[in-house]
Design a protein around this ligand. Structure first.
Ligand code: SF4
Ligand code: SF4
Length: 335
């Protein structure tokens, strides 16, 4: 597999991306001051979905009638008066693109917007929106898991027909799709319209079978493999090494027991109500949380970890500088 991956990588040069972004500035702010409350969060755009995937957490939640556009407009205006930050919002569902008019309204309030979609519908040309498309495995597994033959090809077509949207493939790792990960990375790396890929792990939901959950030793092995793949794929693989290490069995509870996603973010259900403890709803098993967000947040704000990594990076770059040869032993030039 490794050889195939290397071969695939060598056939396609991904466009240059600046190593320094606005987000890096924000990261310095998070490191120094922590995360301000309600800086980021999610809105469940609709209770409807055009798919019925196995183990969907959304339909395990209590269903609420969805708010009208006017009710949402009033809520956003009220929040504005209360000094709500309107920094970042992830628009989720159900399938959020079944109700584009709410995203159209809401994205005018937030500085950064991400839509998480199942990819079955064409992506609108909204310039200030980033896209996360859920793809959980290769074509055969994905279509079976999502109960929708042909869905994988539809996703590919929708991506290829998109016009400059920032697209990330979001892969949720389960016990059943472990074997597809490397082929999937290699495939999407070759797709010029895909900017990056991010991996999360399945979070068990009370009331649903546990058979998608990787046990801890399996999960630790997978995390080590992702760290190796990160060396190969660089920023295309969004997860950071520090956050991946934090997801391991030895440290995960130290993050999820004080989940900063739950304490700092907002999550609204389709009727504008606050979802607790986070967007995954009250039935999510926090002790076995596979969502990357709390680990990513901790990796940015834990000063001890950040400084330790910085020290290691400085030492490893110093090690790469060749030592000066002793006087008189310099290599002689060709006569
Ligand atoms: S696409 Fe998402 S919301 Fe719809 S059934 Fe699948 S997991 Fe659930
Ligand atoms: S499910 Fe995960 S992200 Fe949500 S509150 Fe629990 S630990 Fe935090």
């Amino acid at each position: 597999m490794g050889t195939m991956t290397n071969k695939l990588q060598s056939t396609f040069q991904r466009p240059y991306r600046s190593p320094f972004s606005l987000f890096d500035l924000a990261r310095i702010g998070f490191f120094l001051f922590g995360f301000p409350k309600n800086t980021f969060g999610s809105v469940d755009v609709t209770s409807e979905c055009n798919l019925r995937c196995q183990h969907c957490y959304f339909f395990e939640q209590e269903r609420v009638p969805q708010w009208s556009l006017e009710q949402w407009r009033e809520k956003f205006e009220r929040l504005k008066c209360e000094g709500f930050r309107f920094y970042q919002c992830t628009w989720v569902g159900g399938e959020p693109l079944l109700r584009p008019e709410l995203i159209q309204l809401g994205r005018q309030y937030f500085k950064f917007n991400t839509v998480t979609t199942n990819g079955s519908l064409p992506l609108p040309d909204w310039k200030n929106v980033s896209w996360c498309i859920s793809v959980d495995g290769g074509p055969a597994y994905h279509d079976r898991f999502r109960n929708h033959p042909g869905l994988y090809q539809t996703i590919r077509d929708n991506i290829r027909q998109s016009e400059g949207q920032r697209i990330t493939i979001a892969y949720c790792i389960t016990r059943q799709n472990l074997g597809d990960i490397e082929a999937s990375l290699a495939e999407w790396y070759q797709e010029p319209k895909v900017r990056s890929m991010v991996f999360s792990f399945y979070t068990p939901i009370r009331g649903l079978d546990d058979d998608l959950w990787l046990d801890w030793p399996e999960k630790d092995r997978m995390l080590d493999r992702l760290i190796e793949l990160k060396q190969q794929y660089g920023d295309f693989l969004v997860n950071t090494t520090r956050a991946l290490n934090l997801m391991k069995s030895t440290t995960a509870r130290s993050v999820t027991d004080n989940c900063s996603f739950a304490s700092t973010s907002f999550a609204f259900d389709p009727a504008g109500g606050a979802k607790k403890p986070c967007m995954l709803g009250s039935k999510a098993d926090c002790e076995r949380c596979g969502c990357i967000v709390p680990f990513f947040l901790r990796s940015l704000t834990d000063r001890r970890l950040v400084l330790k990594d910085l020290k290691e990076r400085v030492f490893s770059s110093l090690r790469r500088i060749p030592a000066r040869p002793p006087k008189g032993t310099e290599a002689q030039g060709t006569p």
